[in-house]
Design a protein around this ligand. Structure first.
Ligand SMILES: [Zn+2]
Length: 158
């Protein structure tokens, strides 16, 4: 597992709580749940022969394309469109010392079935750097297997 930047584990969990960094928090109640989420998602990545760096890079490309389109929907692949919704302010990563991230969100829609996945600049960072896809029930929870399938990410892109 990627143990990048885990200075103080208690404060990491505290910063993930609702109302600390974000109103809804990251849906991760304690260290045990965080470890379980990280391990399950890492196993899903391995099953797809991908890494969170590869998945994060693809999400970053989509984020950049959506931001560049200034709020207009942009076609990012086949039947997928991405739209960036700007929001005031910036938010730090709960791991700390990773800088600040714009609070806007990308709405990624599969126009074949109108399924939507939402993610933020911080989501992309946490996936890429920490392998963290957020806890169950989070607005920004991403299932690694679903995003790999949706974006048709192939192992050789990693
Ligand atoms: Zn970070």
């Amino acid at each position: 597992m990627d143990m990048d930047g885990m200075p103080d584990e208690d404060s990491l969990i505290e910063r993930m709580a609702p109302g600390v960094l974000s109103r809804d928090g990251f849906h991760c109640a304690d260290r045990r749940q965080l470890d379980a989420i990280l391990q399950a998602d890492a196993a899903a990545e391995r099953a797809s022969a991908l890494t969170h760096e590869a998945i994060g890079r693809r999400l970053e490309q989509i984020l950049q394309a959506a931001v560049a389109a200034l709020g207009r929907p942009v076609e990012v692949a086949g039947a997928l469109t991405a739209c960036y919704h700007e929001s005031m302010g910036r938010i730090p990563c709960p791991w700390g010392e990773c800088g600040l991230f714009a609070k806007g969100e990308v709405e990624l829609t599969d126009t074949r079935n109108n399924k939507t996945v939402r993610f933020t600049p911080l989501s992309v960072h946490m996936i890429y750097r920490h392998g963290f896809y957020q806890g169950p029930g989070s607005r920004y929870r991403i299932e690694p297997t679903e995003i790999v399938e949706l974006l048709d990410i192939k192992p050789d892109e990693g």
